[in-house]
Structures are given as structure tokens and as C-alpha cells.
Design a protein around this ligand. Structure first.
Ligand SMILES: O=C(O)CCC(=O)C(=O)O
Length: 265
């Protein structure tokens, strides 16, 4: 982390985001990236080649994606990775919670389950258009998103794109987004000439307000762009307790239950 906590807070309030070096945390994003790759390797999944010895998750996944067909391995990995305990150890470490407290998130809860995005080369379908995360939490405006690369993310892989000052006007009106996977987009199209790409180095995290408009960069490279998103709601001084997501059973479980009932009736 660079600068004092007070500086951090004023930069966060001014810009709507801050970039923090995780190398000073007990668990850095580099540590997490190694732990996740090691975890998957140690599972010995029959579908993953044994010769893949890449240290960092993004390199490991890029190689898996290069060898697979029809996303057969990266799709289930996308579902598996957020359930690995190391993710929760990262998300709940004191070094991180202290920073959250310093920027006004005093009583954080998880706003969604952690997500580990795997943006495959030149894949547009899952790109996120302009949005504010508060549309998906309807929570306190003090709520935040933490985005972090789990390997190098180069300009060709697509840096995160933000609209400066957009966090100053609260929750913006939104409408249904017809063109892609994500459900909503701003009613008024943001002025693209004001967009700013935010390079976040491997080892750093960006924390941004849920009112900051942002969107995905294009992955024009031949490698996967692997990143993790953590969302924290500020629960202090809310009128009543609430959550912004519920867990549901995965396709794997529903499929197995159907199979069980079909053969054990
Ligand atoms: O990583 C990306 O491309 C976009 C992530 C994003 O928009 C979000 O997590 O809210």
C-alpha cells in the first residue's frame, strides 16, 4: 500500500477507485494465483494433462484453454475456482479488511460469491458492458468491488475501463442490455471520449466504488485474461439485515439428482 490511510480515503473519494499493492498482505494475489494453480493440479482431474506445470493460475489456464475444445475444461474450472478455500482466506484477511475499514466499509459482507473471470482470447460473449455494480446490490453507496489480475494483464488482454467522476452521481438509471450476456446497461450512453483504461499490475488490486461506471477491456491477445472480483457491501447503519445473493445448486448437482431419480424410481 502506498501512502497513509487518510490519503487513501481521500484519493478513493476523489477518483472513485484506488490501486493497492497486495505484496504487503499476508496473502498476496501472486500467492493466491499459485495456490489456486496448485490446488487444481493436486486434484488430479483426469481431463487435465499432467505436464502442465505453470506456476501462476493465468498461465496454467491459458495453456488448458489452448489445448481444450468447446471450453470443456475452462467452463467447469470457472465454476470450481471460487469454491476453493484459499479464495476465502484471501478475501477475509485482516490486511484487506483494514483497508476496507479505512475507505469507509466498516461492516463488510460479501455482496456476491467471489468470481474468477476467465476471459478467453477474443471472446466477446461474456464481456461486461458499461455498468455500476450497485445495480446488482442496491446496497449502501459505500459498497465496493475489488478486481485483481491473477496473472499479468497486458493492454492486449484488455485493461479495465472506467468513466472518471461517474461515481459522483449516485445510482444512474439503467435499462435492459440486449446485445450480450449481462442484463443491464446505462440508459444514457457514457461519453466514450472520457473513458480511461486502468492498468492494474499483477500483484496489485483495484478497489472501486459500486457507483463507478466501468466495463471490460477487449481480450485481443492469444492468452486468457484471468481475474478475481470480490464485492463487499457495507452493512453499517442499514435499516435491516439483508443479503444481495443466494447460493443455488450447480448444473452438476441438478444433473446428478435428475440422473439419480431416473434410475432409482
Ligand atoms: O473484468 C472485467 O472485464 C469486468 C469486471 C466487472 O465489470 C465487474 O466485476 O464488475
Amino acid at each position: 500500500m502506498t501512502g497513509k490511510v487518510g490519503d487513501l480515503r481521500s484519493r478513493f473519494d476523489d477518483d472513485g477507485y484506488i490501486i493497492v499493492d497486495s505484496e504487503v498482505f499476508r496473502i498476496s494475489t501472486r500467492d493466491l494465483s499459485v495456490q489456486l494453480a496448485d490446488f487444481v493440479r493436486a486434484c488430479n482431474f483426469a481431463c487435465i494433462d499432467r505436464d502442465l506445470d505453470q506456476r501462476y493460475l493465468s498461465d496454467f489456464i491459458s495453456e488448458i484453454a489452448r489445448r481444450e475444445e468447446s471450453n470443456a475444461i475452462t467452463s467447469p474450472l470457472y465454476q470450481l475456482l471460487p469454491t476453493v478455500p484459499a479464495v476465502y482466506a484471501f478475501a477475509t484477511q485482516d490486511d484487506l479488511l483494514r483497508i476496507l475499514a479505512g475507505i469507509g466499509v466498516a461492516q463488510p459482507t460479501l455482496g456476491t460469491s467471489p468470481l474468477i473471470r476467465i476471459d478467453r482470447p477474443r471472446e466477446k460473449k461474456y464481456q461486461t458492458p458499461w455498468h455500476q455494480d450497485i445495480w446488482y446490490s442496491f446496497s449502501s453507496e459505500a459498497s465496493v468491488v475489488i478486481w485483481m489480475p491473477l496473472g499479468e494483464v497486458t493492454a492486449a488482454q484488455g485493461h479495465l475501463v472506467v468513466l472518471p467522476d461517474s461515481h459522483r452521481n449516485g445510482t444512474l438509471p439503467f435499462k435492459v442490455y440486449e446485445e450480450g450476456h449481462e442484463p443491464y446497461t446505462p440508459r444514457e450512453a457514457p461519453d466514450e471520449s472520457r473513458r480511461q483504461t486502468v492498468p492494474v499490475k499483477f500483484g496489485e488490486i483495484i478497489i472501486f466504488k459500486q457507483t463507478l461506471l466501468h466495463k471490460s477491456g477487449d481480450n485481443l491477445s492469444d492468452r486468457c485474461r484471468v481475474s478475481m472480483q470480490l464485492r463487499y457491501n457495507e452493512m453499517k447503519d442499514q435499516k435491516q439485515p439483508f443479503a444481495t445473493f443466494v447460493a443455488k445448486y450447480s448444473d452438476h448437482v441438478v444433473e446428478q439428482q435428475k440422473r439419480y431419480l431416473a434410475t432409482n424410481d
